[in-house]
Design a protein around this ligand. Structure first.
Ligand code: GDP
Length: 405
């Protein structure tokens, strides 16, 4: 794969599928040369002499199209100098948004000397040219990948400098402090201090707090992934996998009357009326029964999933009395938001929780709608609290990179 920035690259820049308008973009040193052979301006214009960004109407002679195609009317948006997104000559041909026609335009430009751009290569050039920083490059991807309006808001805010801004402010503050300290060192003989020792300590502590807040924000965002994690927990055989299938509306997890059927974690993306979450089914967690090697490993994995989740759905079988383990779990404080659910509520009730719980049945689907509503509320609250509280939103790629860094 070549990323040579000396190449002139071309790609379709509009959304796939038919549309009123389609865009093919070019970037590189030979943009003008590629266009001169195939683009004819309506008003006599020598493209080689254009010095400022401008829009030029004209026609494009496309090659290789099926049958004879008359010259294609298009508008050429031209940035002929380094004052562009990639700091190279850039051009956009705006024409009818027909996929075969745009393919033909792309072929024409490649025949004239351009090569097909790799995915994200225009943004890569903008980044390499210092036009955007890495968090903004990642935000471009975040905008493209956004699964809901909330994620789109977050990515757009990051694109506009959401994370870069607090980091830049922190950097400026530290550089200014350093300049004051160094100036003081130059005049140490004269006993002149530009900033007092207490002031230095106060500002350093504030900067450390700010950096820790940013790091925490990144870590929490990364743990949550792109969606809030919701984990189903409870003893083996209480009906967790059946509940996952009922909530997902399809058979995602294997269910069985044999305890211990679920060993690996199984997950499904759940759309809660426009709000997405990742629902995770774990192996039963109860420690009442001794566990063999794989079973022990499955329980350890389940505990990790539970600890990483922001919302926990604790399942209790309505058809049998509470075990000691369940009693202890219910009495303990949960580290995340916890919903308590009674499963198999189509059977005669044999348990008394002594607290409110959502009664559900995966057989009759009783209570599944109510559980979805409660889940939606819990997921919305966690998203507000955990992802956007400290410094503003960050796309997942940025959070992951900062965590690795
Ligand atoms: P898990 O081990 O907690 O994942 O439990 P499963 O979902 O595999 O279910 C264990 C057993 O309970 C299976 O035999 C299911 O058919 C049964 N079961 C699950 N949900 C219900 C329910 O809502 N009603 C009834 N009557 N049985 C259920």
């Amino acid at each position: 794969m070549s990323y040579d920035i000396g190449d002139t690259i071309a790609a379709i820049a509009s959304a796939p599928g038919g549309a009123f308008r389609g865009v093919v973009r070019l970037s590189g040193p030979d943009v003008i040369r590629c266009l001169v052979g195939c683009f004819q301006p309506h008003v006599r214009t020598d493209l080689r002499r254009v010095r400022r960004a401008q829009v030029i109407r004209g026609r494009l002679r496309v090659v290789g199209a099926v049958g004879a195609v008359p010259p294609l009317p298009c508008q050429l948006y031209l940035w002929p100098t380094s004052r562009s997104y990639t700091r190279q000559p850039v051009a956009e041909l705006h024409t009818l948004g027909s996929p075969p026609l745009l393919d033909a335009v792309l072929r024409t430009l490649c025949a004239a000397g351009a090569r097909l751009a790799e995915p994200g290569e225009f943004t890569l050039r903008a980044f390499l040219a210092g036009r955007i920083d890495l968090t903004q490059a990642e935000a471009v991807l975040g905008v493209i990948d956004a699964a809901d309006p909330r994620q789109l808001d977050g990515a757009l805010a990051q694109l506009a400098g959401g994370v870069a801004r607090p980091i830049a402010t922190l950097r400026e503050e530290l550089l200014e402090l350093l300049a004051h300290i160094e100036a003081g060192l130059d005049f140490v003989e004269e006993d002149i201090a530009f900033v007092s020792e207490q002031e230095v300590q106060r500002r350093l502590a504030a900067a450390a707090d700010c950096a820790a807040g940013l790091a925490r924000q990144m870590a929490e965002r990364g743990l949550a992934g792109t969606n809030v994690r919701v984990v189903l927990t409870g003893q083996p055989n209480v009906g967790k996998s059946s509940l996952l299938n009922a909530l997902a509306g399809r058979a995602v997890a294997l269910t069985s009357h044999q305890p211990g059927t679920t060993r690996d974690t199984v997950s499904a993306r759940l759309d809660l009326d426009g709000l997405e979450c990742e629902l995770i089914d774990t192996a039963g967690l109860s420690v009442d029964a001794p566990a063999d090697g794989p079973e022990r490993a499955a329980r350890a994995l389940a505990r990790t999933e539970r600890d990483r989740a922001l919302v926990q759905v604790f399942c209790v079988d309505a058809g049998r009395p509470l075990s000691n383990w369940e009693r202890a779990q219910l009495a303990a404080n949960a580290t995340c938001t916890r919903l308590v659910v009674l499963t198999k509520a189509d059977r005669p009730r044999a348990t008394d929780l002594g607290r409110p719980a959502i009664a559900t049945s995966s057989r009759t689907l009783r209570g599944i709608g109510q559980l979805r509503q409660c889940l939606r509320q819990a997921v919305a609250q966690r998203r507000d609290r955990d992802e956007w509280a400290v410094t503003g939103p960050v796309v997942a790629a940025t959070a992951a990179r900062c965590r690795e860094g």
